[in-house]
Design a protein around this ligand. Structure first.
Ligand code: ATP
Ligand code: MG
Length: 493
């Protein structure tokens, strides 16, 4: 992997003017791991005013000394490159905001404020003369805390004293677990012990910041391990305490996992399938209502109504975490409906229609995905058995407009305008027209149809009745053919 030329140019320009320029933070970590960084951050000893002067095409919101330098790259991660003046942070008296942000003198001082060793490395963007006499980028790494070793050991370790770092800013507790999941690393022992000791400090952190780290964790491939880790380290009870109620709680004869493990395994499936955040939340929370509805013990215990209790709990949980309303409502809806019946013997067309009405056509696919996650999470091998496919067929069938005279561009009134009195003849003529249009859709034009009505109106009632009977039969056959096609699509009989 190479450092993009836009970054090299910005670094080069700063250094030409006598400033220092380093890549810092997540991009250095990802770069060294061979992962494409999400964004590229530059740290410099140039003051924000000086950076703005050097790069007039920039955005500066006066926040923490970060200037967003615009490039003409088409790559999203390079459109705006953040250039931040070296900072050090003052004391944290409230455990979440440094009392002051000070400009720092050196890159080392800037790295000292960072959370984990793998995030506290810098890469000098200094071009060095090569043997050929040309200046080429020959980056050197500044790594005062052994971040490279920790990358090799796949370890998340706090910079300096772990207890102190978590006490300064307790969001780092969540960040520790999030990076473990995101990078598939493990927590270094002292850091891990410090997370456990300080887990209660998470309470002081704003819900929005916690939510953002929680979402990032859920969106990783190792989301399920991340949630298990949160639980073991005592963080989950400050984020979604409701999930803790299912820890160690056995289910009935239909289940081999505890409520908590089943929720987590459903999330695991959602993560493996790269489902979106709403579905990952729904998978993790779909049985959150079980502990409060459990009746009895052992193989015959029941959880009646857990989806309804679960829906209410989900609304509370996601509101509390300040998730946007539309996402909250969608997750709650999926949780409420996740128990839908899909036995072909039981589900009628009307039942399928009611399900669509309750869930909304736009959410049906996601509801099926949630059910898949639920099934796989319970240890049942097949995600989509015959019965589930059959319901899909049913839903598609009832979602399509059935073949009917409504498809015609004329109606009974047009027929009457041709001089036909109210009575059975009107229906016969429409049936004949429908059959002809099904045969050749190009005939479905008002003028053509009206001309045809004139012809048909001349025929006597008995003849029309016969033609209509034949027409209805072939319309029914067309309807059956359509249904056969949908059946084939879902491999059902
Ligand atoms: P990602 O790839 O997910 O963006 P990242 O490491 O870039 O990971 P950010 O949250 O974007 O994470 O933060 C950028 C850098 O800022 C981090 O690498 C770290 O050095 C520093 N940082 C961010 N938040 C904190 C914090 N709460 N405490 C200390 N340092 C932090
Ligand atoms: Mg980042």
């Amino acid at each position: 992997m190479e450092i993009p030329k836009e970054i090299q140019e910005i670094g080069g320009k700063l250094q030409e003017k006598g400033f220092e320029a380093y890549l810092v933070g997540g991009c250095v970590r990802d770069f060294l791991l061979g992962i494409e960084p999400k964004d590229w951050d530059i740290a410099t000893n140039a003051k924000p005013e000086e950076v703005q002067k050097l790069f007039p095409d920039c955005v500066y919101e006066n926040q923490f000394g970060t200037v967003g330098v615009k490039t003409d790259s088409s790559d999203r991660s390079l459109k705006i490159v953040e250039v931040t003046t070296y900072r050090s942070e003052g004391k944290y008296t409230d455990k979440r905001h440094p009392d002051e942000i000070k400009i720092a003198e050196s890159i080392e001082e800037d790295l000292a404020r960072r959370d984990f060793t793998v995030n506290a490395m810098a890469l000098n963007l200094n071009p060095k003369p090569s043997l050929a006499g040309q200046a080429t980028l020959n980056p050197e790494i500044v790594d005062p805390y052994g971040g490279q070793d920790d990358l090799k050991n796949r370890s998340i370790r706090a910079v300096g004293d772990a207890d102190e770092r978590f006490q300064e800013d307790a969001l780092r507790l969540m960040r520790a677990v999030r990076f473990v999941a995101q990078l598939d690393f493990s927590l270094e022992e002292k850091t891990k012990a410090a997370v456990k000791n300080n887990s209660h400090l998470l309470e002081f952190i704003s819900k929005e910041r916690v939510r953002d780290e929680f979402s990032k964790l859920l969106l990783t491939e190792k989301a399920a391990d991340g949630v298990r880790e949160m639980q073991k380290l005592g963080l989950l009870k400050y984020v979604v305490p409701e999930l803790e109620e299912g820890v160690g709680m056995g289910q009935n004869k239909h289940h081999i996992y505890t409520v908590f493990e089943h929720n987590v395994l459903s999330l695991q499936y959602a993560a493996e399938k790269n489902f979106t955040l709403d579905l990952r939340l729904a998978s993790l929370l779909h049985d959150v209502g079980k502990p409060r509805t459990k009746r009895g013990e052992g193989p015959d215990s029941t959880f009646h109504g857990h989806q309804v209790v679960g829906e209410k709990m989900v609304l509370k949980i996601l509101d509390r975490l300040r998730y946007p309303n539309d996402l909250t409502e969608k997750v709650a809806l999926l949780v409420r409906e996740h128990m839908f019946v899909y036995d072909p013997e039981t589900v009628t067309d009307a039942g399928a229609r009611r399900l669509i009405r309750r869930v909304g056509q736009e959410n049906i696919d996601d509801l099926f995905k949630l059910r898949e996650a639920d099934r796989i999470g319970s240890g049942v091998p097949k995600a989509q058995p015959y019965r589930l496919r059959h319901l899909k067929f049913r839903i598609e069938k009832v979602s399509q407009d059935p073949i009917s005279a409504k498809m015609l561009k004329v109606n009974g009134e047009d027929v009457m305008r041709a001089g036909i009195q109210p009575g059975p003849k009107i229906g016969y003529i429409l049936a004949v027209l429908l059959e002809e249009v099904l045969d050749d859709p190009a005939l479905n034009e008002k003028d053509l149809l009206n001309a045809r009505i004139q012809d048909l109106a001349k025929l006597d009632e008995r003849r029309l009745a016969e033609m209509a009977k034949f027409a209805k039969k072939s319309a029914d056959e067309a309807q059956t053919r359509i249904e056969e096609e949908i059946k084939k699509k879902y491999f059902v009989k």
